[in-house]
Write a protein that binds this ligand. Structure first.
Ligand code: PLP
Length: 440
């Protein structure tokens, strides 16, 4: 009997080892990590260069409390991250995960507006559906009722706008008018709330688990930036899932050449080798807060040297292997293969994404976008069938925003074309099995 109580709807085997894109259970069965865990293992498992760097760091120190020591590992990683970040975002605050990165951004933003004499600003506008983490602050800006409902009375009620869902609304995502249409909802929300009460807007450049890799329409990200500037609202890019090269650029927002005031990073940044996340902030914001007495925030494990050494080695592996460009190329190849399946399986209603943040969505009717009946439990059933067939994919059913059963297919960025073929074959078989189970 296990003493753990993680949520698993279906019993899962014990993990024995993992290498590259493959994971092996204790009974020897092999699984393709087709979702990089939860879009984490971007460079694949057991990379020897990262393991060597971690071993070397372990020989030096595994912990140095940030108020007692600087560490070479955290300085080096901060330098590497700033070199990739948009101009002006040159301060880094390390944490151990995505929710902590989001919380850090919210708290720095609040302290910053106080230094500007704008203490009336405290609201953070976000989108639905969206996912920004499971701590109470991050949940307050998360647009996913399944995650938030039990905790509602404990959270601040933060305003939300719809995430752009052009494909469901029958709009052309390539038409800049579509981007304007959705982005202007932010302006309206700021006006409705009272501009002097709004502190920040948070957005995932490409939607993650909540929307299933929904890509913003043309012009959306740029217009969002303009609106934030016009009303003095800070812009936070939640790059927890998109950062680290997964979308085919190091930061997801590079696709639209827009820069935020704050960035949240995690997941692929530590790539599963160590719990690691970061807030990257505009230098002048940090200076203002430090001059006013300092940032009233900090986690004990922040800047852990072992985690930072791992993160640093991960970035080197990404650079040396040209993995960001490879992710863009393999993402196109994967989307092609999924579109091939779409031609054969009418219940695939949409294929979308950027780079290797790729998803497909099942629907009862592609033309009307009618979702599959909830009773089919497609989101978990297809995942289970694929799992039994040796392929791990990631799914959520989101109500309210997208039509429902979407599946993220996001293998490590080292994936080869042959491995994409292998994944597509298993997916093909799994879809056929799922369809055979459907009531006629
Ligand atoms: N933000 C985004 C966009 C995420 O996808 C996630 C996790 O899925 C988080 C924040 C929270 O990260 P963590 O689970 O590491 O706390």
């Amino acid at each position: 009997m296990s003493h753990l109580f993680y949520q698993t709807k279906s019993p899962r085997p014990v993990l024995h080892r993992a290498e590259g894109i493959y994971m092996y259970a204790e009974d020897g069965k092999r699984y393709i990590d087709g979702s990089s865990g939860a879009m984490v293992s971007n460079i694949g498992h057991s990379n020897p260069a990262v393991l060597d760097a971690m071993r070397a760091q372990m020989e030096k120190s595994t912990f140095g409390y940030r108020l007692h020591f600087q560490t070479e590992a955290s300085e080096e990683l901060a330098e590497k991250i700033v070199a990739r970040a948009p101009e002006g975002l040159d301060k880094v605050f390390f944490v151990s995960g995505g929710s902590e990165a989001v919380e850090s951004c919210l708290k720095l933003a609040r302290q910053y507006v106080l230094t500007q004499g704008e203490g009336t600003r405290y609201k953070v506008i976000s989108r639905y559906p969206s996912y920004h983490g499971c701590t109470l602050g991050a949940l307050a800006i998360t647009g996913m009722s399944t995650m938030t409902a039990p905790f509602d009375p404990m959270m601040a009620r933060m305003p939300k706008i719809p995430a752009p869902r052009a494909y469901l609304d029958g709009l052309d995502a390539d038409d800049p008018a579509t981007g304007l249409h959705y982005a202007n909802m932010l302006e309206q929300k700021i006006l409705d709330e009272g501009p002097d009460t709004v502190m920040a807007f948070i957005v995932e450049p490409v939607g993650g688990a909540s929307t299933g890799a929904l890509v913003p329409p043309a012009g959306y990200m740029q217009r969002i930036r303009e609106i934030c500037d016009a009303y003095g609202v800070l812009l936070i890019h939640d790059e927890v899932m998109t950062g680290g090269g997964r979308t085919g650029t190091f930061f997801g927002a590079e696709h639209w050449r827009t820069a935020p005031d704050l960035i949240c990073l995690s997941k692929g940044f530590g790539a599963g080798y160590a719990p690691l996340g970061a807030m990257i902030a505009r230098g002048d914001m940090v200076e203002a807060v430090m001059e006013a007495g300092g940032f009233v925030h900090g986690f004990t494990y922040a800047g852990n040297p072992l985690a930072c050494a791992a993160g640093s080695a991960v970035l080197d592996v990404i650079d040396k292997g040209g993995l960001v460009a490879h992710s863009a190329r393999m993402g196109d190849k994967l989307a092609e293969r999924l579109r091939g399946l779409m031609q054969r399986y009418p219940l695939i209603g949409d294929v979308r994404g950027k780079g290797l943040l790729t998803a497909f969505e099942l629907m009862a009717d592609r033309a009307t976008k009618e979702p599959l009946p909830k009773s089919l439990n497609a989101h978990s059933r297809l995942v289970d069938i694929a799992y039994d067939n040796g392929l791990i994919i990631y799914s959520r059913r989101t109500r309210g925003g997208t039509s429902g059963d979407h599946f993220l297919v996001c293998p490590p960025m080292i994936v080869t074309e042959e491995q994409l073929d292998e994944m597509t074959d298993i997916l093909d078989r799994s879809l056929a099995q799922f369809m055979a189970e459907m009531p006629r």
